[in-house]
Structure formats: C-alpha cells, structure tokens
Design a protein around this ligand. Structure first.
Ligand code: NAI
Length: 412
C-alpha cells in the first residue's frame, strides 16, 4: 500500500465528532482544502464508507478505529485523535499498516491549572461547606477556619506540564510552593524541590496531585500519607482517580484530619450522562466534586484542534512523526531543493541494505538519511538531490519491491 505525493488540495481529510473548527482552519491555511466534517461519530459501516478516499482522519473519543475499520480504509496514512486518550484506536494494527497516530496530551494544561488554583482558594476559605449549607437554607456566617492563601504552603506532587503551571499561578497569589517529582526538575519561579514526598506532605497546607497513572502512582496517597499531613490540610486530585485511595480519604475526611478536598477524577467514573455517579465522597459538604472536567474548556478544545491539525500537516508535508503515540519518532528539517522518500517497513534484517543498494544502483546522491525503529517497524526518511520526478518515481518503485515494505511516500 503506497502513496505518491499529491497536491495538498487532493488530500482528503475527514474530521468526525465535531472537532473544533480551529482544526479545519489550520489545515486550510496550509492548503489542505479537501476537508470533510461530520458533527458526530459514525456507525461502523458509515465510517468505512466515509473513510474510503481519506488520507487522514480526525476523531475524538467516540469513534472506534478498530482493525476491521482500518483494514477497509485503503488510503489512510495518518490518524489524529483530537483529545488526550488514544484507546479508541487499534494502535498496534495502525502501526502494522504504517499509520502514525497523533493526539494532544498538553493542550489543556492551562485549563486544569486554573481550576486547581480556584479550588485551592475555595478550600482554604471553607467555601464548599458554606455553599452546600446555603443551598439547604443554612447560613454559615463565620470566619472560623476560613483562611487566606497568601503565605500558605502548596505541595505539588508531579511537577510536569500541569504541576509547574500551578506552581507559578499559586505564587502569583502569594503561596509558598514546593514540589515532589521522581525526576529532577528545574524549579520555576521561587518553587523549591521537597527532599521527599513525606516531607512535602508534612509541611503543606494544600497538596495537589499531578502525576500520571502508573503502577507506582496507584494509591500514592493512602492512609499512611494522609496521616502524615497537617491536621486540617486539603487534598486536590485532578490527575487520575486511582492515585488517591478513596476509602482512606473518606476516613480522613470523616475524622476531620483532612479539612477538605477537591476531586475531578475517580477510581470509578460514570460512562455517560445517564450512568449515576457513585462515590463515598458524595457525603461530604467540604469536598468539591467535578465530573472530570479539569481540562474541558472551549479554549482547550480550540488548542487541541490546532495542535493535532499541525501534527497531521507536519507529517503530510515533511514526514515528521514527533509525538506520534504508536510509531518511531523522527523529527525532520525542511527539504528545500531535495526530493524526500519516506519508507515504512517491518523491522527485519536486510531492509536498509536493500534500500541503500537501490540508491547506489540508480547512482543517486543521498543528501540526508534519518532512521528510527521500534521492535516491530522501521521508518527511514531519505533526502536526495533534486532530480527528474520520473527518476524519483522509478526509485520509489524499487523501494516498494524491497521485502518487508509496508508503505512508502515521496515528497517533492
Ligand atoms: P506530565 O507528564 O507533564 O507530568 C507528570 C509528572 O509526574 C512528571 O514530571 C513525572 O516525572 C511525574 N511523576 C511520575 N511518576 C511520579 C511519582 N511516582 N511521583 C512523583 N512524580 C511522578 O503530565 P501532565 O500533563 O502534567 O498531567 C498530569 C496528570 O493530569 C496526568 O495524570 C493526566 O492524565 C492528568 N490530566 C487530567 C486532566 C483532567 O481533565 N482532570 C486533564 C489533563 C491531564
């Protein structure tokens, strides 16, 4: 299955599930005007027919790109998930077909950071319980337990994209920020690295969690860690539900040792609007509960549209696969004055030497070669000095004959 270079306006791109218009705008700005949009996901047969002539498809979380669907999309060369997760795509099958999959893991960083900043302030003021009481007709007008955040200590567990932004925002309102990360991280602003998680927990007025879900982070905040925290301290989790042991948190809230919490993620989350939200957290007035909306803002959707569209454009224009989730990652310079051959193959012995032999048979001067492999596939990009298009086409024809070839492409 191979494609030669097409004019950009011939490359059909199908965007499903109401992907933000920013994606279409970014594609059109770059000359990709053959964009077809669908407001919703499509059932599988309709999806297969929508993808018949598509080179790229953009989806969100509802479209299932199974092996069966991908197998029947003969022209597809790239997939954009305009969201964070990529479980809805059969990544292994896509890889075996030489189709890289891109997503947008960091476009909603700011949205999460802003929500957490608001929660820090609300929890420190005791607003959740006053709000809940007012809804019941009670008037909790007291300053007791209501604190300013200025000068208070914020402990950030996981100092990555989100953690660092929260640190800076919190300093803006006068908090003292420390963080714990398993990697050595450069401190931004006046933040400082805590020597251990235990120390961070013991000294913080508010602890906020921003780690990924891994075997090591599951239950990283359990009964022992909560017991180490200051009496009345607050816990915020907008990372992944299993990071906090929810029953231990419920016990610590019930005893009053933990003075409040804000949770956006849960070990068990409802599948949709009709599915009830069941959690021991529902009993607490001093807990802010949000339905996994930390990153859900219109700005984030717009940024996701741009981020993923740009990744697809880059791959289409110059072959770059940087940040692809299922594919060897190659970052490529522009190739002015050169023809670029992209060759995706099964990672088996002898492929590269056969490719190079084809080049020497044609007496073509290689100006640059980039190779990345993973255990199953190899991706080699070869820039050659400008020659007649017909000569490059002949060369591509030979590369397609190399045993193990999955797909090749030429960019003129
Ligand atoms: P990131 O990958 O930029 O940062 C994660 C940080 O955690 C890294 O610095 C990493 O070294 C550190 N880390 C990993 N294991 C650790 C451990 N055991 N102890 C301490 N530090 C550890 O990720 P990002 O973008 O900051 O996201 C953080 C979390 O937020 C992720 O779980 C992500 O899924 C979640 N998230 C939630 C959203 C929501 O809607 N609530 C939206 C976006 C992200």
């Amino acid at each position: 299955m191979n494609t030669t270079s097409l004019a950009k306006n011939k490359i059909k791109i199908v965007l499903l599930e109401g992907v933000h218009p920013s994606a279409r705008e970014a594609l059109e700005r770059d000359g990709y005007t053959n964009v077809v949009t669908h407001p919703k996901s499509l059932p599988s047969e309709a999806l297969v027919s929508a993808l018949q002539a598509a080179y790229f498809v953009g989806i969100r979380s509802a479209t299932q790109l199974t092996a069966e669907v991908l197998d029947r999309a003969p022209k597809l060369i790239g997939i954009g998930c305009f969201c964070i997760g990529t479980n809805q795509v059969d990544l292994g099958f896509a890889r075996s077909r030489g189709i890289p999959v891109f997503n947008a893991p960091f476009s909603n960083t700011r949205s999460v950071a802003e929500l957490v900043l608001a929660e820090i302030i609300l929890l420190m003021r005791g607003i959740p319980e006053r709000n809940a009481a007012a809804h019941r007709g009670e008037w909790l007008k007291t300053a007791t337990g209501a604190r300013e955040v200025r000068g208070k200590k914020l402990g950030i567990v996981g100092y990555g994209h989100i953690g660092t932004q929260i640190g800076l925002l919190a300093e803006g309102v006068g908090m003292q920020v420390s963080y714990f990360d398993i990697e050595t991280k450069l401190a931004l602003g006046n933040a400082r690295a805590a020597p251990s998680l235990e120390k961070l927990l013991a000294e913080s007025d508010v602890v906020t969690l921003h780690v990924p879900e891994t075997p090591e982070t599951e239950g990283i905040i359990g009964a022992a860690q909560l017991a180490r925290m200051k009496p009345g301290a607050k816990v915020i989790n907008a990372s992944r539900g299993k990071v906090v042991d929810i029953d231990s948190l419920a016990a610590a809230l019930r005893s009053g040792h933990i003075g409040g919490a804000a949770l956006d993620v849960f070990p068990k989350e409802p599948k949709g609007a009709g599915d009830p939200f069941v959690s021991p957290m529902r009993e607490f007035d001093n807990v802010i509960l949000t339905p996994h909306v930390g990153g859900s803002t219109e700005e984030a959707q717009e940024n996701i549209g741009i981020e993923v569209a740009e990744k697809l454009i880059k791959y289409s224009n110059n072959g770059s696969t940087i940040t692809a989730v299922n594919f060897p990652q190659v970052s490529l310079p522009e190739h002015p004055g050169k023809h670029r051959l992209l060759h995706i193959h099964r990672n088996q012995p002898g492929v590269l030497s056969r490719i190079n032999a084809a080049f020497s048979r044609h007496d073509v001067n290689i100006a640059g070669q980039y190779l990345q492999t993973d255990p199953s596939i190899g991706y080699v990009v070869i820039d050659v000095e400008m020659q007649k298009v017909s000569a490059t086409k002949r060369l591509k024809g030979e590369l397609d004959e190399v045993a193990g070839t999955i797909r090749s492409r030429v960019l003129y």
